[in-house]
Design a protein around this ligand. Sequence first.
Ligand SMILES: [Zn+2]
Length: 119
Amino acid sequence: MNSTELSAIRESLLSLKGAILNKTNEFKQEQSLAVTVSDEAEAASIDISNNISIHLHERDRNSLFMIERALGKISDGTYGQCECCAGTIGIRRLQARPFTTMCIECMEDQEDLRNSYHQ
Ligand SMILES: [Zn+2]
């Protein structure tokens, strides 16, 4: 992977992150509107920002976590390395799923494993 490809992936991770955080901001605005119409004294004691992560959808929270991890890997130079076999994850796969942590072979192995549990 060259640096142009890497920075393009970094950009898409950042925009994914932005999209999730934007949703959070919309939530914040809804909350502050709700707070305005309720008891103001009580509202003052509510720290909305601290509660945001609780209200994020599980899936979004998970995505944010994966995005942060991927960004961390980009900065420490381990991005694109499979967490399972330490092999290189294909660039196409990374472009399609920039916060993936496993190569396609390991992912398929895991899915096989998961499927076999249900049999
Ligand atoms: Zn692997």
